[in-house]
Design a protein around this ligand. Structure first.
Ligand SMILES: [Zn+2]
Length: 666
């Protein structure tokens, strides 16, 4: 153990003695992304000077098709262009201008062709040159972050290239300062039209607060939030699964509180995780599709609230959708994520998370762990094969259900003209049984790693001073209603998820039966931690009359039709699902301009948990009332969305296809 770790542990055990020794308590810098400059309110917006046209658009700093994982919202400025904006704030905080400099991808054709040309981007603060980049043909084409100094060395070991520090670095700027961005072209005797343009990307103001280092106690606990991606509630032991997939989550539930009927806000990762971070429904945060996947910087996130509440923050996220490029790193000091579109399993993430926890055991902290083991493709620890035996059927593809589905459909829709599932016809019972076996093996593997993390917290003496919450972003379909994977429908198998909370202030061994939404986790954890939260949601432990859990799916992620939005709600015994503009429930797909009238289905999920009988015809009043309430809430939420730009390029779309979210023609 490093000396620093040992000292931290001693301090954790002896908080009073340490606090009394040697001068003021150490401080650290909490950061929160507060103002989007390119996408924000008019007062943050830009005044243009000069004659060069300016544009705010998604920009890729390279013409190469496979480089667009770097596409970011950017201000595009032609030679001679100059813009300015101010930092109009009050208070004791410090501020940083964050962003990145590069060339608009299209500029490289001209820069490559004319070796004497150089595109120069400059950032001046109150007239002083603070950052510049000179771009010529043949140069490195990636974004270069704005920074007063080189990024600080990363303390953790292993694969450092993918441990992006998010919106750190940046330029320190005083309140009231004026920022000027300038673009010039050197060596141009005669330039082609249109001229090459510089790109000032992802410009935003980050607020910094110098805060005293806190120590965790039962009254001021640490917070650990674990999202097990793709974990449907009925495959968790504590929720009645008949295989022992989750002994550690079950034990956590026994010493904490389990919410028996919990809903995610969507059936796939982006909208659902954005809800867990902000408390907003997907309609209200707007992260609803591959074309709208940027978590707006002005939304308060759980990590930002806890950071400003004094907790050191780190995320270890294995899903390639949960990345800084989409702004999911807001409020995190450390943000471990993937860069190549691949899933990072628990065997990589959890040891790193435990190392971080060990290094921060003397501080009060928030750890976010996003495990993806139950997400296809499944991998597992060898022990899982003894617990959940089975034989892989001949010809079962290495890509699992993603490949099975693609092979069975070959570009066709899931349902044929008679409403029969092509997947149900093409996939054998042996293949389906094997998919369920590998799913349970992967769940057990994630649970084992969660157990290792909980054991580590115990070894560090932190169990009684740490809140631990476990949930999921969505479930998984195994032909329950004719489909496979997730993101396609809103049935229980994809929107019902586990939710367990344990730790100080949480009752032990409780099971709460009311339907709840896990978007209320952020407000709940902040309340338990004694930290104010500026996002949406209610404390799940407070006396309340909760609004019904709602869930939605949006454009591009329902394989039968593109750009279809479905919404749903749970109230009392009823679950309602409504396709706003699509042909649902087994109907053949139609072109959008011939879309069917909206479709609605109503299920009594207490009497019919498998949702086999649509009661909307028998219960017209219940259906009409629930639908009216749902659509009113959706409409009100949609009015609150902050504007962003479309943000998925070809690379992201290719990745979504690989993960089974999109079909080949989407
Ligand atoms: Zn997911």
């Amino acid at each position: 153990m490093a000396l620093a770790n040992r000292l931290a542990l001693v301090c954790a055990a002896l908080p009073i003695a340490c606090a009394g020794e040697g001068g003021p308590a150490p401080t650290w810098t909490a950061r929160a992304l507060q103002r989007e400059i390119l996408l924000g309110e008019p007062q943050w917006a830009i005044e243009a000077n000069g004659s060069a046209p300016i544009e705010v658009a998604m920009a890729t700093p390279s013409p190469a098709l496979r480089a667009d994982k770097h596409s970011l919202p950017a201000l595009l400025l032609g030679p001679g262009g100059e813009v300015s904006f101010g930092l109009d704030v009050e208070g004791a905080s410090r501020w940083r201008l964050v962003g990145a400099l590069g060339a608009d991808g299209a500029a490289w054709d001209q820069l490559d062709a004319e070796p004497e040309l150089a595109l120069v981007l400059e950032v001046l603060v109150d007239g002083e040159l603070r950052a510049a980049r000179r771009l010529r043909g043949g140069d490195d084409r990636t974004w270069r972050p704005l920074a007063d100094e080189p990024a600080p060395p990363v303390a953790l070991a292993a694969s450092g290239s993918s441990r992006d520090r998010g919106p750190l670095g940046g330029l320190r700027v005083d309140a009231g300062a004026e920022v000027r961005l300038r673009c010039t072209l050197e060596g141009a005797a005669a330039i082609d039209q249109p001229p090459p343009r510089g790109a000032f990307a992802r410009l935003a103001w980050v607020e910094e607060r110098e805060l005293p280092e806190q120590q965790a106690s039962p009254a001021r606990p640490n917070v650990v939030l674990i999202v097990v991606d793709t974990l449907r509630a009925d495959h968790v032991g504590a929720y009645g699964h008949d295989r022992p997939t989750t002994p550690r989550i079950d034990r956590l539930a026994a010493r904490g509180t389990l919410f028996e009927q919990t809903y995610a806000t969507s059936s796939w990762t982006w909208p659902s995780t954005a809800s867990i971070f902000t408390g907003r429904t997907s309609a209200a945060h707007g992260v609803t599709s591959s074309l709208s996947s940027y978590l707006h910087g002005e939304l308060e996130t759980l990590a930002e609230a806890l950071a400003f509440g004094g907790l050191r923050t780190a995320a270890f996220a294995g899903n390639p959708l949960i990345v800084p490029q989409q702004n999911f790193d807001q409020g995190f000091e450390t943000f471990r994520h993937t860069t190549a579109g691949e899933m990072l399993d628990a065997d990589v993430l959890v040891p790193e998370a435990m190392e971080w926890v060990g290094a921060h055991a003397g501080s009060r902290f928030f750890l976010y762990l996003h495990l993806v083991d139950p997400h296809e493709p499944h991998e597992w620890l060898p022990r899982a094969e003894q617990l959940f035996p089975g034989q892989k059927p001949r010809g079962y593809p290495p890509g699992g259900m993603v490949s099975l589905r693609a092979r069975a459909l070959r570009g066709a829709s899931t349902f044929d003209a008679e409403g029969n599932s092509r997947l149900a016809a093409a996939i054998s019972p042996e293949q389906l049984a094997w998919a369920l076996t590998t799913y349970d093996r992967a769940i057990w593997t994630a649970d084992r790693w969660i157990g290792d993390l909980l054991d580590r917290l115990g070894e560090l003496g932190l169990t009684d001073s740490t809140l631990v919450a476990v949930t999921s972003d969505h479930g998984e379909e195994f032909l329950d209603h004719g489909a496979l994977l997730h993101g396609h429908t809103l049935y229980e198998e994809v929107v019902r998820v586990p939710l367990v909370i344990a730790g100080p202030g949480v009752g032990s061994g409780r099971r709460l039966p009311e339907p709840v939404s896990n978007r209320d986790l952020a407000a709940t954890l902040c309340d338990l931690a004694g930290v104010p939260f500026g996002g949406d949601g209610v404390d799940l432990f407070a006396p309340r009359s909760p609004s019904p859990p709602t869930f939605a799916n949006s454009a591009g992620h329902w394989h039968d039709r593109q750009q279809i939005r479905q919404v749903g709600a749970r109230e009392g015994r009823w679950t309602l699902i409504h396709a706003i503009n699509g042909s649902a429930w087994g109907a053949p797909p139609l072109p959008l301009d011939q879309a069917d009238p909206a479709r609605t289905a109503l299920f009594d999920v207490l009497a019919d948990p498998a949702q086999t009988v649509d009661l909307s015809g028998e219960q017209p009043e219940v259906t009409a009332a629930l639908l009216d309430e749902l659509l009113r809430a959706e409409t009100a939420d949609a009015l609150r969305v902050l504007p962003t730009l479309g943000s998925a390029g070809a690379d992201t779309l290719a990745m979504l296809r690989e993960l089974g979210y999109l079909d080949a023609d989407e």
